[in-house]
Design a protein around this ligand. Structure first.
Ligand SMILES: [Zn+2]
Ligand SMILES: [Zn+2]
Length: 217
């Protein structure tokens, strides 16, 4: 089944999709010892998002710590919709690098409303074309792609749930905004995570959320 994909951009719409804020309680990062970032939170009453999440979840959080090397290696989180809390199941980081204080992104990230607009043809990488334009637009016009085909910077990622072994569902990818297009997601705010693309996957049965990072540098 082909699932439509969306650019996530600054702006208000009828559904309560957000960047930043504290809609979910995030775990404390085991490396830099600060609470992790809630990057985005998607309102699953939105019929454009896959209906079967609604069984157990009202909203879908994208979480990681952006201030250290924690997200450079795969991470596994457990979502608890009753407590509205996220816990760490596994962090595989071995670098243990922590960003300088003056460069750190605030926790929580500033809250803003975001809206979904359909991915354009230019946002979708065709297998048989060397299409750099998709990568140029990602980061210069928007910093989060939700559902649809992922834009892999290197190898294709396929994930199996660490709990039930079923194939996980691709959710979203987050990247930095270019320095000359700051404020894409929150007025007056710069969102930078280097050359990283952070991919998010969900097991809809176990409510496990997993991340994996790829880099273009
Ligand atoms: Zn951290
Ligand atoms: Zn599972």
């Amino acid at each position: 089944m082909k699932i439509s994909g969306y650019r996530v951009i600054k702006g208000k719409e009828q559904f309560n999709h957000t960047f930043g804020g504290v809609n979910w309680k995030t775990p404390v990062c085991v490396n830099c010892l600060a609470p992790m970032h809630l990057i985005f939170c998607f309102d699953l009453t939105d019929p454009r998002l896959n209906g079967h999440y609604k069984v157990k979840l009202e909203s879908l959080p994208l979480v990681t710590c952006l201030n250290c090397s924690g997200y450079w290696a795969p991470q596994v989180f457990q979502l608890d919709p009753i407590a509205n809390a996220i816990t760490i199941v596994k962090q595989t980081d071995v670098e243990h690098w922590i960003m300088e204080d003056e460069d750190k992104l605030p926790v929580p990230l500033p809250l803003s409303n975001v809206k979904l607009i359909p991915l354009t043809k230019k946002d979708i990488l065709l297998d048989d074309l060397d299409n750099d334009e998709s990568f140029t637009l990602f980061g210069s016009e928007y910093i989060c792609r939700l559902l649809g085909p992922p834009l892999f910077a290197t190898d294709k990622i396929q994930k199996r749930c660490s709990s039930c072994s079923k194939e996980m569902q691709y959710i979203a990818t987050v990247c930095s905004e270019d320095y000359d297009s700051e404020g894409l997601i929150h007025e007056g705010f710069s969102f930078h995570i280097g050359e990283s693309f952070i991919f998010f996957y969900l097991c809809t049965d176990c409510l496990r959320l997993e991340t994996e990072m790829q880099s273009t540098s």
